[in-house]
Design a protein around this ligand. Structure first.
Ligand SMILES: [Zn+2]
Length: 248
């Protein structure tokens, strides 16, 4: 298997994991990966032969350039997704990013609908998802399809140097140094939203103390992967867990 085929498999697997965790609705959503050394990316395609996100196979991953156009025709009628510009414009702006994921997780979207903030409700329970909220989670305020480079640039401007942004009445976008870390960021934001949702139902959620928030801000972070390679250490182990759990 050459490098590009391997990346194609990793993109398809991330789709299956996120789909099987019910982080998106049916066919909605796409995972992409930058091909190192090229101005192109691999992305989950849309088309007559496609299956839902949770059933994505490597054959449904196409290569597109930074204008969102296919680099080669295919017989299966596959094309880049309408919202490919979320991906292309973030790759243009962020050389550190090797993977972008855009999905529609219902629990997270509810927070944008109701204007409820995601609060730092826990600490040692799940430091990785806490760190996302401590870093700040921006929201893109429009709910339209991101179907042009101009709208893609707006989303890229909102996510800025962060790993996650919310999109009001729409979904989320994550951007990370590898496919696996981008998928984990989506899982973490969903975990944070699920806990917040349940806490709001139960009563009056109370953030952890400023002192404890500060302790997690200065906690050493897991090292990030380089050139899009899969992560090692804690994120690598966590990703293996989710692959096993979902049998992806
Ligand atoms: Zn969307």
């Amino acid at each position: 298997m050459n490098d590009i085929e391997r990346i194609r498999e990793r993109v398809a697997r991330a789709c299956r994991v996120l789909g099987r965790l019910d982080l998106t609705k049916a066919a909605m959503g796409h995972v992409s990966a930058r091909i190192p050394g090229r101005d192109t990316l691999l992305i989950r395609a849309r088309g007559p032969g496609e299956l839902g996100v949770r059933y994505t196979e490597a054959e449904q991953i196409v290569e597109v350039d930074l204008d969102g156009n296919l680099t080669q025709e295919n017989d299966a009628g596959l094309n880049s997704p309408i919202e490919v510009f979320i991906h292309t414009e973030i790759y243009r702006k962020r050389p550190d990013v090797y993977s972008v994921i855009h999905i529609h997780p219902p629990t997270v979207v509810l927070f944008t609908v109701c204007d409820k903030p995601l609060l730092p409700l826990y600490g040692a329970f799940d430091p990785a998802s806490l760190q996302l909220v401590l870093d700040g989670i921006p929201t893109y305020e429009r709910s339209v399809l991101i179907d042009s480079p101009q709208l893609g640039r707006e989303v890229a401007g909102v996510i800025a140097d962060k790993r996650v942004c919310l999109m009001r009445g729409h979904g989320i976008t994550t951007a990370a140094p590898s496919v696996e870390e981008a998928a984990l960021a989506a899982i973490h934001i969903n975990e944070l939203a699920t806990m917040n949702y349940q806490a709001y139902l139960l009563g009056h959620p109370r953030p952890i103390s400023r002192e404890d928030q500060a302790a997690f801000r200065t906690l050493e972070r897991a090292p990030v992967s380089h050139d899009g390679e899969p992560p090692t250490g804690r994120p690598g182990a966590l990703w293996r867990y989710y692959c096993e759990l979902t049998e992806a």
